[in-house]
Design a protein. Structure first.
Ligand code: GLY
Length: 599
């Protein structure tokens, strides 16, 4: 039971520990392990018997007529709704939620990280903003290798060298400059109040901070950040007050982006880097810019999918996955039947191989986006597939295109009264990022450098493999899997979707969309539905307990699929669906503290 209340970062790390254990023969791949029929119910705070059916829980949706915010934390969702009620639009609310999450959800909410925003305005025009972190100017492609060219363990994950130049404050300032209605001071104020007056810790957050105490002390030996004065463990409901962070947020409130990238905050950040051997400089900070990119738009059946282009791989991969399964009658085959699962896994295998070969920062490498999502190209990717037998991942390479040679993240969705919609996924990468707290400024730095391919063919913390396209270079953005997505039906807003989960983000978004469009689930049922994941390498399919029937398991195993039942869960979705009668359905994931608030 306890395992289900692990932070998502730990869940992912555990997943890959399990995968590694499998590969070294300590566990038998393909063997379904029984973990009983009980699960932890976050709302009832107790273990309950699992309901039959494909759902993690029977949580019900939140509905509203005027606006909806779905995020990883109830306080952050409340902040978003308060901004909407004060006359703010979806972008104002999203900016306020991003800053509020940096206070109430230090595991992933952030100002020391980065993210992506997909915005569809009430007229249907779409915009995407890339505020992903960048490699510092002094970064080098071999910076995590020793003299024998071996990867130095954890150097890209923990400590000062693991951080990219943060993008979140620049992203929020730019989104607000272009689309905000309320003042910058108004949208910053709720986060400042939460930092200065304190936020009551949820059970999950208290557990996360207690578990991370040792590594915080290792990285920040002279400080007691995120610790109680007497260093005893946090208990649920105790107040976390963050005075330094409050001051940093006040500087941002007063000076805009300069309150972070210049002056006192920049001075503190650079001093912190120098103290711990990091390489981010004042120049890196001053030069950081968020970038508007052309939204990636494609279709799946009669639906329009608006999603994030590179620097995230998420949108390209999502469109590839949807288009690969489009020719198949998933609806007739049924949810998680053996044939449905089989084509979904085989699509995932091929798409993650393409990701490793082709995807990287478009400002540095040519990413063949249109070719990768081209239906004729995708048809060729099925040429070696047969229903009789699982394809061997070792036989799959990134495709041949003509003319072409993380784990804690958080997602939130906002829809306002006028129908403007925002999907934002934002991250420090691992839970609590690099564990570096900027002395005197009170915020955590990301460990996003691990999302680069630190050495071709060597897996990162999510087990993802990359190549030249995602090699480290000064000023380059590291490849992401974040997939904030908006779906349109008949020219109207239909769904706002996204989740954290490192490499599993893409497949969770894929299943959540298919559950609604193909299998007739409501938004909340789709979020509650149990999920699975395959990412080409390692060649295993992870699945949540109960995601596959015994019959599906037996049939897949007989065709050579290696199945690995998770002791944890997949996804922390925060989604909104616009019902035909105009009601907004807020669907937050029952797997954690995620909460929708509507009005
Ligand atoms: N850090 C997780 C991701 O960007 O995919």
């Amino acid at each position: 039971m306890k395992k289900l209340s692990l932070s998502f970062n730990n869940a992912i790390i555990l997943t890959f520990v399990l995968l590694r254990a499998c590969r070294t023969g300590q566990q038998k791949p393909g063997v379904r392990q029984s973990t009983g029929v009980y699960q932890y119910d976050n709302e009832k705070k107790t273990a309950v018997a699992r309901k039959s059916g494909p759902y993690y829980s029977d949580r019900q949706a939140v509905t509203g007529k005027n606006g909806m915010v779905a995020s990883a934390h109830p306080e952050a969702s409340q902040v978003g709704v308060a901004i909407l009620k004060a006359g703010g639009n979806a972008v104002d609310a999203a900016v306020a939620v991003q800053f509020a999450l940096a206070v109430v959800y230090p595991g992933a909410g952030n100002i020391g990280g980065g993210g992506f925003m997909v915005f569809r305005d009430k007229t249907g025009q779409a915009f995407t903003l890339d505020y992903r972190e960048k490699a510092p100017e002094k970064a080098d492609k071999d910076m995590y290798l020793d003299s024998a060219q071996n990867v130095i363990p954890r150097l890209s994950i923990t400590g000062h060298l693991a951080s990219g130049v943060p993008g979140s404050v620049a992203g929020m300032a730019e989104a607000h400059r272009r689309f905000g209605k309320l003042t910058w001071a108004q949208v910053l104020q709720p986060a400042i109040d939460l930092a200065e007056k304190g936020v009551a810790l949820t059970e999950r957050e208290a557990l996360g901070l207690n578990r991370t105490k040792k590594s915080f002390l290792q990285v920040n030996p002279e400080k007691r950040y995120f610790m109680k004065a007497d260093t005893t463990d946090w208990k649920t409901g105790e107040l976390l007050i963050q005075k330094d962070l409050g001051q940093t947020l006040r500087r941002i409130q007063q000076q805009g982006r300069a309150g972070f990238y210049e002056g006192e905050t920049a001075r503190l950040l650079v001093a912190e880097m120098q103290r711990g051997g990091g390489i981010i400089t004042e120049n890196d900070l001053k030069n950081y810019q968020a970038v508007w990119r052309d939204p990636l738009v494609g279709t799946f059946r009669n639906y329009k999918i608006i999603t994030m282009p590179p620097t995230s791989s998420g949108g390209v991969a999502l469109l590839q996955l949807l288009r690969l399964v489009e020719p198949y009658p998933l609806r007739r085959w049924g949810w998680n039947s053996d044939s449905t699962v089989q084509v979904m896994i085989e699509a995932e295998r091929r798409v993650y191989a393409d990701r490793a070969k082709f995807l990287g920062d478009p400002d540095f490498v040519k990413v063949p986006v249109n070719q990768l999502i081209d239906k004729d190209y995708l048809k060729t990717r099925w040429s070696d597939f047969t229903f009789a037998k699982a394809t061997d991942s070792r036989a799959i390479k990134g495709g041949t295109l003509p003319g072409y040679e993380s784990l804690e993240t958080t997602h939130f969705s906002v829809v306002d009264q006028e129908g403007n919609a925002v999907a934002i996924t934002t991250t420090l990468n691992g839970g609590y990022g690099s564990r570096v707290v900027v002395g005197g400024a009170g915020f955590l730095m990301n460990n996003e450098m691990d999302d680069f391919s630190v050495k071709p063919g060597v897996p990162n913390m999510f087990g993802l493999i990359g190549n030249q396209a995602n090699a480290i270079a000064p000023g380059k953005r590291m490849l992401s899997s974040m997939t904030p997505t908006i779906v349109e039906q008949a020219g109207k807003l239909y769904m706002v979707v996204g989740t954290p989960g490192g490499s599993t983000i893409i497949t969770s978004v894929y299943q959540t969309i298919l559950n609604v469009l193909e299998h007739g689930m409501t938004m909340q049922q789709s979020v509650n539905a149990l999920k699975f994941h395959h990412q080409w390498l390692p060649d295993n399919t992870l699945f949540e307990n109960g995601a596959f029937s015994d019959e599906t398991i037996q049939k897949l195993q007989s065709r050579g699929y290696k199945l690995e039942q998770l002791t944890n869960s997949l996804g922390r979705m925060d989604c909104i669906l616009l019902r035909p009668d105009g009601t907004l359905e807020g669907a937050s994931d029952p797997r954690a503290d995620n909460t929708s608030v509507g009005f």
